[in-house]
Design a protein around this ligand. Structure first.
Ligand code: ADP
Ligand code: MG
Length: 383
């Protein structure tokens, strides 16, 4: 899986990348306690492009961002902004805007001085600082709060100030490390919308957005780089990773997939008949990556079925499969029903049904998976 990353598409621009990670490895500690937090990491981000680094906690996302910002030193590899190799530059001379989860505002400085701080560090002329601060605060709708102290602001407002401070230096590159993680769910949603607007207002700024939340990655990123155990495992557009996950890890991480073991049968173009337990199912067989073997009949693989692609009825219908309800959890706009399907021992399917659906535990139901909705995922080299 690791070697396959090189075959994914290059950024949607033939110009010099705004950001280049060239085989960057970061090791923390020394001797026996040394551990690689980032291994041989390569990534290019085009000017104006937003790439999300998505992965579970501890997978090396922040380490990658810190290597670019200059807060940690790679033990090997280089980082570049445009044509400029910045690997040996101190952070303040890299001209990168950085926003972190904890805001990191100075508590004793008013909003306007927090935003101006970075400008002074970047030696922006005094006469220009006032205008830059005004512009940056207006970009995040915080002009009215310029004279407040951070403690007089909500979490969301503090994060806006932190973003304004990063934008004030007019960086070509903006790094955001889980900027919404400290906010509550409702605020996170509205800040996500604001970040989308901000992105549209900064068409030339390359962004690297670190998150463990797949919905943020899908909402904001042109491409998503999936991280696992210090490695980049998959890199593609959010659409492609969602519709045709290259690995079971990405399928599961990007959206609560049902992964059902199957054996590939007849393949015709991008559709395949697979056997799942004692059933045949018609699924999508996405084109393989360069260098990967075809979907040959007899191959063991997984079918990825999203929970919203499964329908459940009380009576049998065409192509439906008998199942038993093992759990139901009402989630507001949907109900998640967990099902043990006849002929599929060891597999529980999650179905997301609209609204609040009542099904007794242990009741018998009939499950339908619409033809073509499942997609084949390779288990080759996958976890
Ligand atoms: P993520 O941002 O994906 O949660 P990090 O990049 O912060 O992951 O961490 C990757 C790995 O490096 C983790 O195992 C973490 O414990 C370790 N790590 C991070 N920072 C340090 C540090 N300063 N010293 C030692 N180990 C660290
Ligand atoms: Mg982190």
């Amino acid at each position: 899986m690791r070697g396959s990353v090189s075959s994914t598409p290059t950024p949607p621009s033939s110009t010099t990348p705004a950001i280049t990670f060239d085989r960057v490895t970061v090791t923390y500690g020394r001797g026996r306690s040394a551990s690689e937090a980032l291994s041989d990491f390569s990534l290019r981000v085009a000017p104006g492009e937003t790439v999300a680094l998505l992965g579970p906690s501890g997978s090396g996302k922040s380490t990658a961002l810190k290597a670019l910002a200059g807060f940690v030193r790679p033990s090997s590899g280089r980082v570049r902004l445009g044509d400029r190799d910045i690997t040996d530059l101190p952070p303040a001379r890299r001209g990168i805007g950085v926003v972190v989860q904890s805001y990191a505002l100075f508590p004793h400085l008013r909003v306007r001085d927090n935003v101006a701080f970075g400008l002074r560090a970047h030696r922006v002329a005094r006469s220009e600082i006032g205008d830059r601060v005004t512009d940056a605060l207006s970009m995040v709708s915080m002009s009215a709060y310029a004279d407040r102290l951070p403690r007089e602001l909500s979490g969301g407002q503090q994060q806006r100030v932190a973003i304004a401070r990063a934008l004030a230096i007019r960086p070509g590159v903006l790094l955001l490390d889980e900027p919404l993680a400290a906010l509550d769910a409702a605020l996170r949603q509205s800040m996500l919308t604001e970040l989308q607007q901000l992105r549209a207002a900064l068409p030339d700024t390359a962004m690297l957005y670190v998150t463990h939340d797949q919905s943020e990655a899908l909402a904001l990123a042109d491409r998503v780089a999936v991280m696992r155990d210090a490695h980049l495992v998959d890199l593609d557009t959010a659409d492609a990773l969602w519709a045709r996950p290259p690995s079971t890890f990405t399928a599961a991480f990007l959206g609560g997939a049902n992964l059902v073991p199957c054996t590939v049968g007849r393949v015709s173009g991008t559709s395949a008949l697979v056997s799942v337990g004692d059933r045949m199912l018609s699924v999508t067989a996405p084109p393989r990556r360069v260098g990967a073997p075809d979907w040959a009949p007899g191959t063991s693989a997984m079918v990825c079925i999203r929970p919203h692609e499964i329908t459940v009825a009380a009576t049998s219908g065409h192509g439906s499969i008998r199942a038993r309800v093992t759990a139901t959890v009402w989630q507001g706009s949907t109900t998640r029903v967990t099902l043990a399907v006849d002929g599929l021992p060891d597999v529980l399917l999650d179905a997301d049904l609209p609204g609040r659906t009542e099904h007794d535990i242990d009741s018998a139901v009939w499950v339908t998976i619409a033809p073509g909705t499942g997609v084949l995922v390779s288990t080759n080299g996958a976890p």
